[in-house]
Design a protein around this ligand. Structure first.
Ligand code: ADP
Ligand code: MG
Length: 398
């Protein structure tokens, strides 16, 4: 048997090859509306509604660093990134299972912290955690979450429905999570250096003041899935023509929408919603904030396209920006920069596991094969706002 390294074909190349091995049968295809290739698999239920399913894996040292990530935050983030995939289908999240692999260094109390964060945010999203699996692990903490949601058949949003002329929209702001990661990675290094230089130091006395970076750090450690946007779409009678959540950056996700919809696109750099806090961090690191927005990732905002006919209906929703237009495929996927030049996004890349190709982040302290989502406990950060009686869907919390 030959030995092809995963890096030779990359993450998406591998998934393509696996897809051929797990092809559904003809009879399964009658109810399987979408298998591999969108944010969720989509299954038609006997009542005519559509069930959406997604699963995600988080592995210590690849996705997070326990040295600097509060476990409660990790629980919150693990649930939120899964809910985000349900949102990307314009669906309502319902149930999740949460499985864990535990190494010797994980205590009962640590697992309880993880789950208290997960349970708290699950309640906010109105979902129930209904089971999971528990195993020993020799490679550190492993978390796998599977989530199920539901949507009326006429409201589902795939990656594939965009048409030339549709407006390209993004919720919230982008690039901020990567700015937070940059600060946390620098802080982590400073901490490790300090401990190395002062081996006798009481580590519990090490308390850096990161309050000036709170906005960007918070976005990285505790991203929120945009269930509020989905709820608005449903109430306003809007169905995005295509939608995806931003896990790998606006540029990467836009390419997915264009490929799946067989369109081109032109976005404008000046329209990208980037906070001044994000720009301050990118300036400090002598980086370009636009690059954070296009390829930084982990913002978990929604990138979607809207038919021009629906534009008026969008106006009551304030936390959204129109950044460009879908075009015919022949136009390619481009960004008009601040000087009016059209930059081709097709050959620029975001994070992909296993790839060897160079990109914007080549010289950065984190790399593709270990997209390090390390977090860090920081001061003055209050994430315990759980004082509303209703969940985001307007239903009573249980
Ligand atoms: P996302 O970033 O939205 O979580 P991914 O990029 O991880 O999506 O996955 C892309 C698609 O490939 C999804 O439809 C997912 O279900 C599928 N996929 C990823 N890994 C595997 C695998 N090991 N086996 C089968 N399908 C997979
Ligand atoms: Mg997704």
């Amino acid at each position: 048997m030959s030995f092809t390294r995963i890096s030779e074909i990359g993450e998406f190349g591998l998934i393509d090859r696996l897809a051929t091995l797990i092809q559904p049968t003809e009879s399964q295809l009658s109810t399987l509306k979408k298998g591999i290739g969108d944010d969720c698999a989509v299954i038609e239920l006997p009542n005519g509604k559509l069930q959406v399913v997604s699963t995600d894996l988080l592995i210590e040292q690849i996705h997070f660093d326990l040295l600097t990530t509060p476990l409660e935050h990790l629980g919150v983030k693990a649930i939120s990134v899964n809910v985000s995939d349900i949102c990307a289908m314009n669906a309502k999240p319902l149930y999740a299972t949460m499985s864990i692999g535990l190494s010797n260094s994980i205590s009962v109390e640590m697992v309880e912290q993880l789950y208290s964060g997960a349970a708290r945010v699950a309640k906010q999203y109105g979902i129930a955690i209904v089971g999971g699996d528990t195993s020993a692990s020799i490679t550190g903490l492993v978390i796998s979450i599977t989530i199920v949601g539901e949507v009326d058949a006429d409201k589902i949003a795939y990656r594939s429905g965009a048409k030339p002329g549709d407006f390209i929209c993004v919720t919230g702001d982008v690039g901020r999570s990567f700015a937070g990661l940059k600060v946390l990675m620098r802080e982590r290094q400073t901490m490790l250096d300090t401990f190395a230089e002062n081996p006798d130091m009481d580590k519990s006395t090490y308390k850096p003041d990161l309050s000036e970076y709170q906005t960007v750090i918070e976005k990285h450690l505790l991203p929120k899935a945009r269930v509020d946007a989905v709820k608005f779409f449903h109430e306003a009678g809007i169905v995005p023509t295509s939608m995806i959540d931003i896990s790998d950056g606006v540029g990467s996700e836009l390419k997915h929408l264009c490929r799946n919809s067989q369109t081109g696109a032109l976005i404008e750099e000046s329209k990208l919603p980037i906070l001044s806090e994000t720009r301050e961090v990118s300036d400090e690191f002598e980086d370009d904030a636009t690059t954070y927005a296009l390829f930084g990732g982990e913002d978990y905002e929604l990138l979607f396209t809207l038919s021009p006919n629906d534009l008026d209906k969008l106006s009551p929703f304030k936390d959204v920006h129109i950044i460009g237009k879908m075009l015919d495929a022949s136009n390619g996927v481009k960004m008009r920069d601040l000087f009016g030049a059209d930059i081709d996004l097709q050959n620029a890349s975001g994070f992909q596991h296993f790839t060897e190709e160079e990109d914007f982040f080549e010289d950065d302290e984190h790399h593709h094969n270990g997209h390090d989502h390390s977090g860090h406990r920081h001061n003055g950060h209050n994430h315990d706002k759980d004082d509303e009686d209703e969940d985001i869907w307007g239903e009573r919390k249980n």
